[in-house]
Design a protein around this ligand. Structure first.
Ligand SMILES: Nc1ncnc2c1ncn2[C@@H]1O[C@H](COP(=O)(O)OP(=O)(O)OP(=O)(O)O)[C@@H](O)[C@H]1O
Ligand code: NI
Length: 309
């Protein structure tokens, strides 16, 4: 079966700014990133700040800054996502729920932001039904973004993104600022979209909430996927998980041990030569410090670690 979205070997580089201005080098914050999203599935993309989650989303949508160098292959419904194709599907077949509420047009009332996205049916009727679904009072229609609470603004963003009937929804941190009831509701809405045949890429820091709705999880570390696993494999002490980092993430959660992982993810310009996780890994040996492990398939998932079995 062809995946709805296929990302193969995605690499994103930012050229060094200017010439002769200090010693800043080219940065490669995403390297060799591969994953896929199927029809009707929620793929959670997790990883700490700076691991490349938003860059991945922006690469799929084709909204990276102009000077960015992107290599690798992106396919949507089996067809390569060229810049022209991206422009054609963006906001229609592929929708973004942006990370920041500043993506709302400050000069446009909430109702109109949502109506703009409607491709089929009566825009006002679709907008009202989306407002009801997201428990936004009718009066919110007339409010401008600066008049919305953070939680309301996020619900307006979700409504606007899903108004067009997209086949793939990319939600970049859709839940911060929401209370737990609203988080459940927002994630439940993504689940409904997936159950209706939509593919969803749910980018988040909140693994615990993501696991309540996701089918699979892709774990990013320093700009690449180190593991993809079924959500159900996040259980017990993480015995079914493949990568030491995924296991450490899982064990750091309050419900599964609360064991913190010491150290930091290396920054994009300071990656060690071998496995990026090796400096923090209990299983690392000299080979891990020399060569970057390839991403390989293992037990129905993927892993980037030579020790995984
Ligand atoms: N335009 C840019 N120029 C140079 N570096 C950039 C640019 N945009 C992003 N980066 C760097 O790329 C890395 C990954 O950024 P990205 O926004 O994808 O992280 P993230 O995983 O989404 O983090 P967060 O969880 O904080 O949103 C970061 O180190 C960031 O500083
Ligand atoms: Ni981000």
């Amino acid at each position: 079966m062809t995946a709805l979205l296929q990302v193969e070997n995605l690499t994103i580089r930012f050229p060094a700014p200017g010439r002769g201005l200090g010693s800043r080098k080219e940065l490669t914050p995403v390297q060799g990133l591969s994953l896929s999203v199927g029809t009707g599935e929620i793929l959670a993309v997790v990883g700490s700040s700076g691991s490349g989650k938003s860059l991945l989303a922006h690469a799929v949508l084709g909204i990276l800054p102009r000077q960015t160098k992107v290599t690798g292959t992106l396919r949507f419904r089996g067809e390569e996502l060229t810049p022209a194709r991206q422009a054609a599907v963006r906001g229609r077949e592929i929708a973004l729920v942006p990370q920041s509420v500043t993506f709302l047009d400050p000069l446009l009332q909430a109702g109109r932001q949502v109506r703009y996205g409607v491709n089929e049916g009566d825009p006002a009727a679709v907008q009202r039904s989306l407002f009801r679904r997201y428990r936004l009072a009718e009066a919110v229609e007339k409010l401008f973004p600066f008049q919305l609470s953070g939680g309301m603004a996020r619900r307006v963003l979700l409504a606007a993104a899903t108004a067009g009937g997209a086949g793939l929804v990319i939600a970049d941190e859709p839940t911060p600022g929401l209370d737990s009831e609203a988080v459940r509701e927002a994630l439940g809405r993504l689940r409904e979209l997936a159950d209706g045949g939509c593919g969803v890429m749910l980018i988040t820091h909140d693994i615990e909430s993501a696991l309540t709705v996701a089918d699979r999880v892709a774990v990013l570390y320093s700009g690449t996927v180190v593991e993809t696993a079924a959500a159900a494999e996040f259980a017990g002490r993480g015995e079914a998980l493949r990568h030491p980092y995924t296991r450490a993430l899982w064990r750091a959660l309050p419900g599964s041990g609360f064991t913190p992982l010491p150290g930091f993810q290396p920054a994009a310009g300071e990656l060690p030569p071998g496995c990026a996780f090796a400096p923090r890994c209990g299983q690392a040996d000299t080979a891990c410090g020399q060569e970057r492990p390839p991403l390989r398939e293992l037990r129905g998932g993927t892993v980037r670690c030579v020790h995984a079995t």
